[in-house]
Design a protein around this ligand. Structure first.
Ligand code: IPM
Ligand code: MG
Length: 355
């Protein structure tokens, strides 16, 4: 089994190193090959997604991704910025289904900024469509405004669009995920204002006919944002478009108080996937050895489960992570009085030991 390892920028390399260590500690042989991506890709080959990196990702059975981005690249033209690497990988690998679980580990209940009774036991799954919507819709750009009161002045514009097959395939993923969990699905839209999302709602409603055992409801995105903070445990699985999913998944991650703990998977139709922590590259703490590697280690577990058919090994990693939390080991982002503060490397070692 071939794994493309793309550490990227900021804390990416140090957290991915720990996940690789954990994978190597399993009694399995993986063929892991590393390539530069994001700012690192730009430095090495003048492009955030170098040809060789894309080729490796296409050939591999799965991609283990760190994070990309650094303020120092903000002045580059958009196509050369680090973020284009992750967007390019999603598009080229057809990774349309993004799974972002938000789970609150009981040991970390105090880390949330919300009252413990609102979040304790939280276990929700956000499924974000990842290759459509306003993120990729053409046309887009800056042009001379063709109509309305500002006709003739410059305007920036993007296009929100979703085709029927795109909505159907993500709806199927969501209904099937709900079937394996609490059998409740909330489809988030903005059907009261946007044509694209009225269409979304109609298609999801139609797909629901094939999943009568799942309870479906629809919610406007503004209300969903409010409900996520008010009573997040009422949700089971949420499915939504690319942009709403981007925003809601950050909010959901922060409910747990520890975005450094949350993995994610981006899958194609055949369960080939890219696995990355839900957090970003955190350039402010890069290289200091304090970043939390657990989200990346848990992403490696998701990779074993979804793409490599090694559910047992995935369970082992997840159990090991729970064990180190129970031992009281904490990186600074999740540190509380009475626990033991450790660095990136020590945390990785502890997971290996717990395995
Ligand atoms: C995410 C990130 C990306 C996105 C950026 C880095 C392009 O915010 O994965 O949520 O907007 O999808
Ligand atoms: Mg985001």
């Amino acid at each position: 089994m071939k794994i493309a390892v793309l550490p990227g920028d900021g804390i990416g390399p140090e957290i991915v190193r720990q996940a690789v260590k954990v994978l190597n500690a399993l009694d399995e042989k993986f063929d892991m090959e590393t390539a530069p991506v994001g700012g690192a890709g730009y430095e090495a080959h003048g492009h955030p997604l170098p040809e060789g990196t894309l080729k490796l990702a296409l050939e591999a059975d799965a991609v283990l991704f760190g994070s990309v981005g650094d303020w120092k690249y903000d002045k580059l033209d958009r196509p050369l910025r680090p973020e284009q690497a992750i967007l390019g990988l999603r598009k080229n690998l057809n990774l349309f289904a993004n799974l972002r679980p938000a789970i609150l580990y009981p040991e970390l209940a105090g880390a949330s900024t919300l009252k413990p009774e609102v979040v304790s036991g939280l276990d929700i799954l956000i499924i974000r469509e990842l290759t459509g919507d306003i993120y990729f819709g053409q046309p887009r750009g800056v042009r001379e405004c063709p109509d309305g009161p500002f006709k003739g002045s410059r305007e920036g514009f993007d296009t929100m669009r979703y085709s029927e097959p795109e909505i159907r395939r993500i709806a199927h993923v969501a209904f099937q995920a709900a079937q394996k969990r609490g059998k409740r699905l909330t489809s988030v839209d903005k059907a009261n204002v946007l044509e694209t999302f009225q269409f979304w709602k109609d298609i999801v409603t139609d797909v629901h006919k094939e999943y009568p055992d799942v309870q479906l409801d629809h919610m406007y995105v503004d209300n969903a944002a409010m409900q996520l903070v008010r009573a997040p445990k009422k949700f089971d699985v949420i499915v939504t478009g690319n942009m709403f999913g981007d925003i809601l998944s950050d909010a959901a991650a922060m409910l747990t108080g520890s975005i450094g703990m949350l993995p994610s998977a981006s899958l194609d139709a055949n369960n080939k996937g890219l696995y990355e922590p839900s957090h970003g590259s955190a350039p402010d703490i890069a290289g200091k050895g304090v970043a939390n590697p657990l989200a990346t280690i848990l992403s490696a577990a998701m990779m074993l489960r979804f793409s490599l058919n090694k559910a047992e090994q995935a369970d082992r990693i997840e159990t090991a992570v729970k064990k180190v939390l129970a031992q009281g080991l904490r990186t600074p982002d999740i540190y509380e009085e009475g626990t033991t503060k450790v660095g990136t490397e020590e945390m990785g070692e502890a997971v290996v030991k717990a395995l």
